[in-house]
Structures are given as C-alpha cells and as structure tokens.
Design a protein around this ligand. Structure first.
Ligand code: HEC
Length: 106
C-alpha cells in the first residue's frame, strides 16, 4: 500500500486522522507519542483540558509545568491522578512531555 508507506510515521498518520495538530510531527518521536497517549484522555493531544476541572497545558511555560510535575511527585501538590501519572514517569519522560505541551499553541 503505497499511501501508507509514504506517510512515514505514526505522527503523520495521526495528523492525517486529525488526532495530532498539524506541525506536531517534527516534535514527536514514536516514544513521545506513546507518552502523550497517557495524558491525552484528560489534557488532549492538543494540550486543551477535556473538562472544566482539567487545566490546559498548551503554551504554558515549560519550567512551570516541570515544577508542577515534580510537586505532584513529591506530594507537595496533592492530586490523586496526577500523583499516579507523575510517579509512573522518569524525569526524562516528564521533560519530553513538558517540552511538547509548552510548545503547542494556546
Ligand atoms: C485522569 C486525568 C488526567 C490524566 C490522565 C493526566 N492528568 Fe494532568 N491533571 C489532571 C487534573 C484534574 C489536573 C488538575 C489538578 C489539580 O486540580 O490540582 C492536572 C494537572 C496537571 C498539571 C498542572 C497544570 C497546571 O496548570 O498547574 C500538569 C503539568 C499535568 N497535569 C500534566 C500531565 C501529564 C504530562 C500527563 C500525562 C503523563 C497528565 N497530566 C495526565 C488530570 C489528568
């Protein structure tokens, strides 16, 4: 199937389906795509919260997002789901996610 082969990557496929915003391709590796899928049910692939209780991450300062993730990890910012999510990730994975979400348009 030539059309599938020329797409080249999962990111291109997701953009074709309208799941990933256009322009996200260069920033997302396959490993990053897998990580983003863990956050997307709540924060979206586009970084826009899916409910009024879920903050938007798109375009937020990367430093701020990093500090919040570390606070959830330590438990100094209390939230059950985010505590679980932040503790299941390595610091490198958190850094990649923070970089991704901060680079998105608000
Ligand atoms: C089950 C839903 C859910 C999932 C999955 C989830 N989050 Fe969250 N996240 C929330 C909620 C709700 C808050 C707000 C917490 C609060 O009220 O203090 C939040 C807060 C945050 C914040 C702080 C934002 C701010 O403006 O202070 C960051 C950063 C964050 N999440 C990143 C992530 C990342 C990265 C992932 C994926 C690894 C993720 N979240 C997965 C629900 C979720």
């Amino acid at each position: 199937m030539a059309s599938v082969r020329t797409m080249g990557s999962a990111a291109a496929l997701l953009m074709g389906l309208g799941v990933l915003p256009a322009g996200a391709q260069e920033k997302s590796s396959t490993a990053l795509d897998v990580l983003i899928q863990q956050c997307a049910p709540c924060h979206g692939v586009d970084g826009i919260g899916h409910d009024t209780e879920i903050p938007n991450l798109a375009g937020q300062h990367d430093r701020y997002l990093w500090l919040q993730m570390m606070a959830f990890r330590r438990g100094t910012r209390r939230h059950q789901e985010m505590r679980y999510m932040s503790r299941s990730l390595s610091e490198d994975e958190i850094a990649a996610l923070v970089q991704y979400y901060s680079s998105l348009p608000r």
